[in-house]
Design a protein around this ligand. Structure first.
Ligand SMILES: [Zn+2]
Length: 263
């Protein structure tokens, strides 16, 4: 996939792919400034019966991590109609591009220099996050999956917070990525947290102390508001866009299949 640089263009393509896949609702949560115009923040939803998994997928909260929104686009454009699960069998909400100004300007922060993934505990967060929180306020999911990239990492890694009584999904994700030849970051410490085989299982206490200083990220917000499992995927920016897209898609497929087969 050729890289798209304009947020309006990638959103247009995501909407068109969503329509083709029969999205039940495609909604503008609001409109934000990008520095050279405005851009909507959108969400797409598929609704299924209650016993099927409820999944939130979000991407593009950091503008210099284009693989996330591109992976959402690719995921929708390539969803196999006969695959398992079918998209119509999921309760799926997608927030494909949370930071349009950062995407346009290729910056981690929005156009006002704010890291949107540290805004979730604030009384007066940035407009992007206010729109998200208005949407998420009374919604809980079985899982929240976030697409990120790490510009320094030499391999893929992920964070998973999961309920104690259920098994983690992360080892399955790592194993499937390795089988496809993707390199995993195996450092014993990643981003200051103990890691094993590319997996960080942050305890909430540790996260609380860590993030009390820096501000809440989306994953903590989701967990604290009743979503028991959060997975944050970090693909290595030094790899080709195509490879990062594949890593995100494979990890997403692994997580949804895991939940679907157990639902
Ligand atoms: Zn990020």
């Amino acid at each position: 996939m050729e890289q798209i640089h304009n947020p309006l263009e990638i959103i247009k393509r995501i909407i068109s792919a969503g329509e083709k896949l029969g999205a039940h609702k495609i909604k503008e949560l609001g409109v934000v400034e990008t520095g050279s115009g405005t851009c909507p923040i959108i969400k797409l939803s598929w609704k299924s019966s209650q016993e099927f998994p409820r999944i939130l997928l979000s991407a593009g909260i950091h503008g210099d991590e284009p693989a996330g929104p591109h992976a959402v686009l690719s995921l929708l454009e390539s969803w196999a109609p006969s695959g398992t699960p079918k998209i119509q069998e999921l309760n799926l909400d997608i927030l494909p591009l949370i930071n349009p100004s950062g995407f346009l300007n290729k910056t981690r922060e929005n156009q006002f220099g704010i890291d949107l993934n540290r805004e979730f505990a604030k009384g007066h967060p940035s407009k992007e996050i206010r729109l998200l929180m208005d949407f998420l306020r009374n919604r809980t999911y079985d899982i929240s999956i976030e697409f990120h990239e790490d510009i320094d990492a030499q391999g893929f890694y992920l964070y998973e917070h999961f309920p104690g009584q259920a098994p983690p999904i992360a080892p399955e994700i790592i194993s499937r990525l390795e089988k496809k030849g993707h390199k995993i970051l195996k450092d014993p410490v990643i981003e200051g947290m103990p890691a094993q085989n590319g997996i960080i299982h942050p305890t909430i206490d540790r996260r609380r102390s860590r993030f009390r200083r820096h501000g809440w990220p989306e994953a903590i917000y989701m967990f604290r508001h009743g979503t028991p499992r959060t997975i944050t995927l970090e693909t290595p920016t030094f790899r080709e866009l195509e490879d990062r897209i594949e890593m995100h898609k494979l990890a997403f497929a692994t997580a949804t299949e895991h939940l679907f087969l157990r639902s």
